[in-house]
Ligand binder design. Structure first.
Ligand code: B12
Length: 451
């Protein structure tokens, strides 16, 4: 058995470091890589090792390569736009490529999904896999191990000078979530004391995709078919994690955990029935609450009873014009305040994000956003608020508008590597706007300080 396992090829998966905003206190498990590793292991195609740059310093990368490179059939690297992740990815790729016999370096993830060609042109990138990796990664490994042409790999794009290789389309269908190979990570290292949830909180992603149309968001471009774990399967996983790692809370980082309201209420029902005593937090769109009211589902009482401590919601703006015409949030500022009040009335901590600096946004509209923040901040429990500067993300409708208004976007992967959305990036955002946004970012910060 050991000999058999040894003879299997190895896939190295890398999540390069994301340089967190200064006030991010927590670490997230790299679910992107777990979703790729799962089918590789389940189908017996390869063994997998993960290097999480958010947990291990870059200096450990050469030693990691010494240990694993001789068995590796490829290195898969995940990248998102911003946060210097691309820079760390390229640094790591350069170190790997210097090694004799380095296997192909294949890139995937959110940045690839919007700028595939630009990424594939980079000399350190052997191929990109566009779209969800659940199907494309096993197909790529199969091609490498069994000598099949890269043209058979869904979502593949490789550009080497004048030569281009393209695989068939990789449908934006996701699925195959949950039941992850946790042993590939040191899960204990990701558990943190989260004052807004519970002393031993772990993050979790239970769905992919989103059904809303916010014009600044990457999900709109990617158009993944929404796919979610059933409530029961989610609870199986959480009960297992609670058992193995003694967690007391879970923080869901789905794009929107509440797309299927029936799934949410079923989760609460089953959680009580199975006596799973975890506190939890999740992301929600204000329209989910409005929908639940229309459907006469008592969503907020159900989730409050079920141990939901915090809801993260993008409100984006206090201006009805911006909400309607720029963001297309399908909600008015009055409805946003009403929903936030309802959340507070149920004793749940609201965490609301806003964006200032949209193209053509007026000073008066920005004032309306700050005034809404003031009104929301008067609620009890006092919600968290976070004000982002508008960041034009490639592929989104607002990116094109920003270009028309003089935003200078990077045009190569190398240039994206040094691009940071945290700073003011558009010609119409000045230092004063940045300072005010930071001042209105008010979080429950200190771990251990809360309940
Ligand atoms: C967790 C998270 C973070 C964590 C990252 C740590 C971690 N370990 O994940 C933190 C908090 C650090 C973070 C930061 C930021 N994030 Co973030 N984050 C997320 C979040 C909420 C979940 C990621 C996740 O686990 N998804 C679940 C997995 C299964 O999906 P996935 O990552 O997309 O992976 C799939 C595919 O992309 C593909 N794939 C991924 N990697 C690879 C690799 C290979 C080789 C292959 C073949 C395929 C492949 O296959 C996977 C399975 O289908 C997503 C939103 C979301 N729900 O996805 C945003 C998201 C990834 N973040 C985003 C952004 C923009 C940021 C910031 C830059 C925002 C900012 N305000 O500055 C910051 C970074 C820097 C900073 N200045 O702070 C965007 C990325 C858009 C883009 N164009 O790249 C997203 C998509 C949110 C959004 N809708 O806009 N983020």
């Amino acid at each position: 058995m050991t000999a058999l396992l040894r003879s299997r090829p190895l896939v190295i998966l890398v999540y390069p470091q994301v340089e967190h905003e200064k006030d991010y206190l927590y670490h997230w498990m790299p679910f992107s890589l777990l979703t790729l590793a799962k089918p590789l292991l389940d189908d017996g195609l390869a063994d997998v090792v993960i290097f999480d740059g958010n947990q291990r310093p870059a200096q450990e990368w050469p030693g990691f390569l010494d240990e694993h490179l001789d068995r590796a059939c490829c290195i898969g690297i995940s990248i998102m736009t911003g946060g210097a992740q691309i820079r760390h990815a390229l640094d790591m790729a350069a170190v790997a490529q210097e090694r004799p016999g380095c296997p192909p370096l294949v890139f995937g993830g959110p940045h690839v999904n919007v700028l595939a060609e630009q990424t594939a042109r980079h000399e350190l990138v052997d191929a990109v896999l566009i779209g969800p990796g659940q199907a494309s990664m096993p197909a790529f490994v199969d091609a490498e191990v069994n000598g099949r042409s890269w043209e058979t790999v869904p979502g593949l794009l490789a550009i080497d000078g004048p030569r281009t290789i393209r695989g068939p389309a990789n449908p934006p269908k996701t699925g195959n979530l949950g039941g992850y190979p946790w042993h590939l990570l040191t899960v204990a290292d990701y558990i943190r004391d989260d004052p807004t949830v519970a002393p031993r909180t772990l993050n979790y992603v239970s769905s992919q995709g989103c059904v809303y149309k916010c014009q600044f968001c990457y999900e709109l471009t990617y158009q993944r078919k929404y796919s979610a774990m059933e409530a029961g399967a989610m609870l199986d996983d959480l009960a297992d994690l609670a058992d193995r790692y003694d967690i007391s809370g879970v923080k869901f980082y789905d794009a929107d955990w509440f797309v299927k309201i029936g799934r949410a209420t079923e989760f609460c029902r089953l959680k009580a029935e199975r006596n799973i005593a975890l506190a939890w937090a999740a992301s929600i769109n204000p329209n989910d609450i409005l929908r639940s009211r229309k459907q006469k589902l008592d969503l907020l009482p159900a989730i409050a009873d079920s141990g939901c401590r915090r809801l993260l919601m993008g409100i984006e703006s206090g201006s009805d014009r911006v909400l309607r015409e720029v963001v297309r949030k399908d909600i008015s500022s009055a409805q946003a305040l009403d929903v936030a009040s309802d959340i507070a009335a149920h004793g749940i901590l609201g965490a609301y994000t806003f964006i200032v600096g949209f193209p053509d946004e007026t000073d008066d509209e920005i004032e309306q956003t700050y005034s809404l923040i003031e009104q929301i901040s008067a609620l009890d429990p006092r919600p968290e608020t976070r004000v982002h500067l508008f960041g034009p993300f490639p592929g989104t409708p607002l990116f094109d508008q920003a270009l028309e208004r003089g935003f200078a976007a990077p045009t190569t992967l190398e240039a994206w590597a040094n691009f940071d959305y945290y700073d003011s990036q558009t010609p119409w955002t000045g230092t004063e706007m940045v300072a005010r946004a930071r001042a209105y970012t008010r979080l429950v910060k200190a771990p251990g300080a809360g309940r």
